[in-house]
Design a binder for this molecule. Structure first.
Ligand SMILES: *Cc1c(COP(=O)(O)O)cnc(C)c1O
Length: 369
């Protein structure tokens, strides 16, 4: 059968491997499987959310409130923006898709850094748009400035901090770039890990209200999947000027998140202590990951997220990731991103112990060969 030609070019998104797969394929006991592959919050679902979900289960037969009034007003209050500045998506992924469909078609161009969140490219290719990438894997603001001098883009994606590498541009550099961007270019600021970045270094913090007030061609994306511990509920949001959100709404499917997801996100927003705790613990544990790399003599990228990226010279990341997988430790191999490295989500203390133990075994094995 023939399909749209542009689809040939699209790589299927490779999600972090589920625990079930490791149990099935390698016979590892489920309780020994450690999943450090999808940047979920290792401290789990916030307890008040668990309670609220139990109390709402009987409402599953109802369509959700499609105005999403309660969630939007809580988000609005948190960020100091109006409800008309907010769109809710089934994950911020869905808002990325809507942004692309609002701006791009065949002959459109988007700009990203060389190694960044894979969905920007995948959604762009859905509509036949061309993807231009900067030379460096990490975001280099000078390269973005050069690119917009040479070319006109429909969308520029800035992943702040960047997944899968973990680095983050300073807000001042981002703003100095935005001053130079054509008003007709939509700039998507993906803040999926901002809860982490802003607590580690205030220079990295991007305030959605300030962003959209200064730059009318920007949209800020946030998600409940990472620091808020709701990866399984699929809730994200976009914050932008009313003119933009109004257009995005035309492309949104009705009831695009579930009745229970709405409850979960609304309650999670009140769990600031949980987020504070999760982020603080994450960076404490991250120090152990940095020390591990230093001790064993390989590179890591300073991270403003809940994961760390290791880069290797003498080790093959695919082999390493596969070896760990067979022993129940799931990490993200970055070979498909063109990086000989792995991305490891910072887990709970005991999970990290297991990672270090197994990783060390593998590395010692390499040394002895
Ligand atoms: C996780 C992630 C998202 C979105 O996740 P959703 O679960 O779809 O909300 C968006 N951007 C980046 C960079 C991410 O890492």
């Amino acid at each position: 059968m023939r399909f749209v030609p542009a689809i040939k070019d699209i790589k299927t998104y490779e999600a972090g491997k589920p625990i079930e797969l490791v149990v099935r394929d390698y016979g590892v006991d489920p309780k020994d499987v450690i999943k450090l592959a999808s940047n979920e919050n290792p401290y789990g679902t916030p307890q008040p959310v668990v309670e609220a979900l139990k109390g709402s289960a009987h409402n599953a037969f109802r369509y959700p409130d499609d105005s999403m009034f309660e969630l939007k007003s809580s988000l609005g209050a948190k960020f100091g923006v109006g409800e008309k500045n907010i769109i809710i998506g089934s994950g911020s992924d869905q808002v990325i898709e809507i942004a692309i469909r609002a701006k791009c078609g065949v002959s459109s161009k988007i700009l990203t850094s060389k190694t960044t969140f894979a969905m920007y490219e995948i959604y762009a290719k859905h509509v036949g748009a061309e993807v231009v990438k900067t030379a460096s894997s990490e975001h280099k603001i000078e390269e973005f400035k050069e690119a917009i001098k040479k070319d006109k883009f429909d969308i520029i994606f800035l992943c702040l901090p960047n997944n899968p590498l973990g680095e983050c541009l300073d807000r001042d550099d981002v703003y100095s770039f935005l001053e130079e961007v054509d008003e007709d270019t939509l700039v998507v600021v993906d803040g999926a890990y901002q809860e982490y970045a802003k607590r580690k270094d205030s220079k990295k913090s991007i305030d959605p209200k300030d962003l959209i007030e200064r730059f009318k061609n920007t949209i800020y994306l946030g998600t409940f999947s990472k620091a808020y511990g709701l990866g399984g509920m699929r809730v994200g949001y976009g914050i932008g000027r009313e003119e933009i959100i109004e257009v995005f709404y035309k492309l949104r499917a009705p009831f695009n998140i579930t009745t229970l997801s709405l409850v979960a996100a609304s309650v999670a927003l009140k769990c600031e202590e949980f987020v504070d705790f999760s982020v603080a613990r994450c960076f404490e544990e991250m120090e152990r990951y940095e020390k591990f790399a230093n001790d064993l003599g390989f590179e890591f990228i300073e991270s403003y997220t809940n994961f760390i990226t290791y880069k290797f010279d003498n080790i093959d990341s695919s082999d390493f990731a596969q070896w760990l997988l067979q022993r129940g430790v799931i990490v993200r191999n970055l070979a498909s991103y063109g990086v000989n490295g792995i991305r490891v989500t910072i887990g709970k203390s005991g999970e990290n112990d297991s990672f270090f133990k197994k990783a060390k075994e593998y590395l010692e094995l390499q040394d002895s060969i």
